[in-house]
Design a protein around this ligand. Structure first.
Ligand code: NAD
Ligand code: LMR
Length: 328
C-alpha cells in the first residue's frame, strides 16, 4: 500500500496517468501537484469509486506538502516537443523544473522512489541524481528514468510486422537511453523469436528509435505522446508497487549503474563503457532495483554497433545533466 505523488498532474500525461493510478488497488493516497488546473483534475478523479484518497496541491507554495510522506513520486512535469524539436531542445526549461521538484522530494520524503518521465530523460535522471547526492540522500536503487514506452512500442511495432505475435505478451529488451539512436532495441533477444531479416531488423529498430517522432508529427504542434505514455508510466508504477509488496517483476528503466555493480560489469561489456547511467531491464524488489536482469543471450553485431552509437550520445547527455546541477 503506497502513497503516490504525481508532479505535473494536470498535463497531457499527468491527467490520464493520475486516473490510472487512482484505479491501482495498491495506491492508498494520491497527491496531485501542478502549477495550473490541478484542483479540477483532482476533484474529477476523486469521484472514481476506488479507495485511494486524492488530494490537490497547486503551485510552488504547496509543493512541500505534495511530496511529504510519499513513497513514490512520478514526474511528468515540463514541456513536450513540437515538430522539428529534439528532446534535448527541452533541456533549457525542463532541467530547472526537475531540479526544483527533486530538491523538494529530497527534503520531505528522502526515501521515496522517483520515476522521471520529463524529457530529456538521458539528462533529467542525472540531474535528479546530482540533486539527491548534494542532499546526501542518493540511493541509486530508488531513482528511475521511465523508458517503458520504448519497450511498449517495440512490442506493438513487432506485431505490425509479425501479426501472429501477441503484443501484450511480447518482451523486447531495449537498452541505452531514451532519445533517437540512444534507444537500442535488442530484437534478437525478444521473448518470442521474431525471425526478422536484416532489412526488417533495421527498419523496425529505426521505427522504435523514432516512435516518439511519429506521435509528435501526427499531433502537429499539440505535443507528444500522452496516452501511450500514461499507460507506460502506470505500468512501470504498478510493477514497482507490486515489487515493493514482494512480487518479482522485471521492467526496463534508465538507471544509475551503481545500483547493481555486478550487473553493471556485464552492461559495460555490452558497450556501455564507463557510462554511469544506462537503460536496462531491471529486476525490481522492495528496495527498488534488485539487480539488472539477464538479457538471456548475446546481442548481434548490428545491435552491438547500435549500442556503441548510443553510448557516445549518452555520454554527452549525462554530462550535460550533471553539469547543470554542478553549475547551478
Ligand atoms: P504537458 O505540457 O501536457 O504537461 C506538462 C505539465 O507539467 C503541465 O500541466 C504543466 O503545468 C506542468 N508543469 C510545468 N512546470 C511545472 C512545475 N514547475 N511543477 C509542476 N508541474 C509543472 O506535457 P506532457 O505531454 O504531459 O509531457 C510532459 C513531459 O513528459 C515532457 O517533457 C515530455 O517530453 C515527456 N515525455 C516523456 C516520455 C517518456 O517516455 N519518458 C514520453 C512522453 C512525454
Ligand atoms: C516519446 O518517446 O514519445 C517521448 O519521449 C516524447 C517525445 O518527445 O517523443
Amino acid at each position: 500500500m503506497v502513497s503516490v505523488a504525481i508532479l505535473g498532474a494536470a498535463g497531457g500525461i499527468g491527467q490520464p496517468l493520475s486516473l490510472l493510478m487512482k484505479l491501482n488497488a495498491g495506491v492508498t493516497k494520491l497527491h496531485l501537484y501542478d502549477i495550473v488546473n490541478v484542483p479540477g483534475v483532482a476533484a474529477d478523479i476523486s469521484h472514481v469509486a476506488t479507495n485511494a484518497e486524492v488530494q490537490s496541491f497547486l503551485g510552488a507554495g504547496q509543493l512541500a506538502a505534495a511530496v511529504t510522506k510519499i513513497d513514490l513520486a512520478i514526474i511528468p512535469a515540463g514541456v513536450p516537443r513540437k515538430p522539428g524539436m529534439t528532446r534535448d531542445d527541452l533541456f533549457k526549461i525542463n532541467a530547472g523544473i526537475v531540479k526544483t521538484l527533486v530538491e523538494a522530494i529530497a527534503a520531505h520524503s528522502p526515501q521515496a522512489f522517483i520515476a522521471v518521465i520529463s524529457n530529456p530523460v538521458n539528462s533529467t535522471v542525472p540531474i535528479a541524481a546530482e540533486v539527491l547526492k548534494a542532499k546526501g540522500v542518493f540511493d541509486p536503487r530508488r531513482l528511475f528514468g521511465v523508458t517503458t514506452l520504448d519497450v511498449v512500442r517495440a512490442s506493438r511495432f513487432a506485431r505490425d510486422l509479425r501479426p501472429g505475435v501477441d503484443a501484450a505478451a511480447l518482451r523486447v529488451p531495449v537498452v541505452g537511453g531514451h532519445s533517437g539512436t540512444t534507444i537500442v532495441p535488442l530484437l534478437s533477444l525478444a521473448s518470442t523469436r521474431l525471425g526478422l531479416s536484416d532489412e526488417e531488423t533495421e527498419e523496425l529498430t529505426t521505427r522504435i528509435q523514432f516512435g516518439g517522432d511519429e506521435v509528435v508529427k501526427a499531433k502537429d504542434g499539440a505535443g507528444s505522446a500522452t496516452l501511450s505514455m500514461a499507460y507506460a508510466g502506470a505500468r512501470f508504477a504498478d510493477s514497482l508497487i507490486r515489487a515493493i509488496n514482494g512480487d518479482a517483476v522485471v521492467e526496463p528503466a534508465f538507471i544509475a549503474l551503481a545500483a547493481d555493480p555486478d550487473g553493471a560489469k556485464e552492461v559495460r561489456g555490452l558497450g556501455a563503457g564507463d557510462l554511469d547511467y544506462f537503460a536496462v531491464p531491471v529486476e525490481l524488489g522492495p528496495q527498488g532495483v534488485q539487480r539488472i536482469a539477464q538479457l538471456g543471450g548475446a546481442p548481434t553485431a548490428f545491435e552491438r554497433k547500435a549500442i556503441a552509437v548510443a553510448a557516445e550520445a549518452l555520454a554527452a547527455n549525462i554530462k550535460t545533466g550533471a553539469a547543470f546541477v554542478a553549475g547551478a
